[in-house]
Write a protein that binds this ligand. Structure first.
Ligand code: ATP
Length: 220
């Protein structure tokens, strides 16, 4: 595998706005899975939720500010350049073509996103294209909830890794769990705080707070 290069992480989201829950998740995945870098991929029009309230160029600009200064983080805006609904499977297929068949790709998901995977377009094809790396999130008991959802439980049993280092041995197909510090931060809560004029400082990078204020987003 050495010649294929270290694995690449992909963290998609609406990032409306990006916050320390996302950033810590990316950083933990990079460390624990020994990723070369993590691509932050803002979604234009997500398939399974309402269109984000904030224009895509602002969400991408905030993600760029958040990633600045971290050599392992990079914003990939391909979904914003593509027409129509953003399907992760299309993004992964493009990356697979660009990075070659041998490179390990790791799709990084919080527990809430992982539990919703069976609703994603062509979700089983994802395992042909990448590994899935999943982390807990406050309010979601991963083990319990994965067992409750039969489609997830089946894939989990079939694909779960004992040792995270095994991710490097194949380009795709495994599910790995990482432990991260639980941060009770969500973009929904941040938007609610800002709309009532409450502070969001220390829940997301200061540069992002400044950007939000300068562009009068979320009525901050
Ligand atoms: P919203 O509240 O608008 O739904 P969000 O905070 O959940 O937004 P998304 O952009 O939907 O953020 O999330 C992108 C990815 O980051 C998902 O895989 C999600 O599970 C993960 N994630 C977001 N916040 C956290 C957190 N605090 N801890 C762990 N994972 C998180």
């Amino acid at each position: 595998m050495a010649e294929a290069g270290a694995p690449i992480g992909i963290l998609g989201g609406t990032f409306d706005p990006i916050h320390y829950g996302h950033l810590r998740l990316a950083e933990e995945a990079a460390d624990q899975c020994r990723l070369e870098r993590v691509l932050l991929v803002p979604a234009a029009l997500p398939n399974l939720r309402a269109a984000p309230g904030t224009p895509a160029q602002h969400r991408a600009a905030m993600a760029r500010l958040a990633a600045a200064g971290n050599a392992r983080l990079e914003v990939d805006d391909r979904e914003l350049r593509r027409e129509g609904t953003s399907y992760t499977v299309d993004t992964l297929a493009e990356l697979r073509c660009e990075l070659g068949a041998a490179r390990a790709l790791c799709l990084i998901l919080g527990a809430d996103a992982f539990m919703r995977l069976p609703a994603w377009s062509r979700w089983l094809e994802l395992f042909d294209l990448c590994h899935v790396v999943v982390a807990a999130r406050p309010g979601y008991d991963l083990t319990l909830e994965a067992a409750r959802e039969p489609d997830i439980a089946r894939q989990w049993q079939r694909r779960k890794l004992g040792e995270i280092q095994q991710l490097q041995r194949a380009p795709a197909g495994a599910i790995a769990r990482i432990d991260i510090p639980l941060l009770e931060i969500s973009a929904t809560d941040l938007r609610a705080r800002m709309s009532r004029g409450a502070s969001v400082e220390y829940l997301l990078p200061h540069a992002v707070v400044d950007y939000i204020a300068a562009h009068r987003l979320y009525r901050l």
